[in-house]
Design a protein around this ligand. Sequence first.
Ligand code: DP6
Length: 324
Amino acid sequence: MKASARAHTNIALIKYWGKADADLMLPANSSISMTLDKFYTDTTVEFVDGQTEDSFVLDGQKQDAAATAKVGKILDLVRQMSDLTAGARVSSQNHVPNAAGLASSASAFAALALAASRAAGLNLDAAALSRLARRGSGSASRSIAGGFVIWHRGHDDLSSFAEPLPVADNLDLRMVTVLIDKQQKKVSSRSGMAHMAATSPYFHAWTAACEAACPQMATALAAGDFAQIGALAERNALMMHATNMAANPPFMYFEPTTIATLQYAAELRAQGLPVYATMDAGPNVKLLCQATDADKLAALVSQRIGTQTEICAPGPAAHLLEED
Ligand code: DP6
């Protein structure tokens, strides 16, 4: 009745930004990501006979009803699948350094899906785990798998799940995270994408562009074509932010330092250092580069932008942890 799991965060190269079904958490388009080795969440779930309510402790702090209800959504799905009625004790530890300014909902819901299903005695395969994690947070569907991952948009619960993508042996990619702001996001992913989808005239063009970019990105990963991977990722991220700027009212995640970092990446590229940028629902920038350039790039960016950087390699799939 008890299990512990670890899942790593992921950063999208082709973004999920807009839902087709908010209830089932079906995305408007397929997306592709890289799972990161450095940042992860560990979660223990125990179903306790006789306990009626769920409880949730995150980083040693008891969480409020709203946070516990989000976790409860996944626990309810697991209870339905396993005919359990007991309440659960959930305890999570985020190993996403605060300073990294990276979202942790992807690793959190992927670890929860694996730990809760095993604690309930279920033995779900990777696709079923991905579907379950998706119900907590869309991007969590991709954190079940390691390395490079595609989340197939699908058209119903069964067809919308993520799986690993084959990549060329010689592809040795790194993601350098650039901390620009540690503050909580001003506009959450969930509300930002909903507002964009409801009001931006670019929404349909955006999802069509992502659908077209996914097979191109999959081909570039399989071929180990770093320049193409980087160019596709950077353009896709900027397109996502352009859709937000065209929403009504418009909104944006850029800070002055965000722009300075994007411009510096372009400058370094022009000087012959192959580097491409991506960003999510916040001002922090993630730079894609090849492993041989990562140390140099991180040092240059820290020096010029004056911020903290972390070098991430592709990380592993979600996995169970030994009981203490
Ligand atoms: C910009 O998965 O956090 O990081 O499904 O509403 O929980 P919900 O949103 P979430 O959105 C992630 C948005 C993104 C792009 C991406 O990860 O693909």
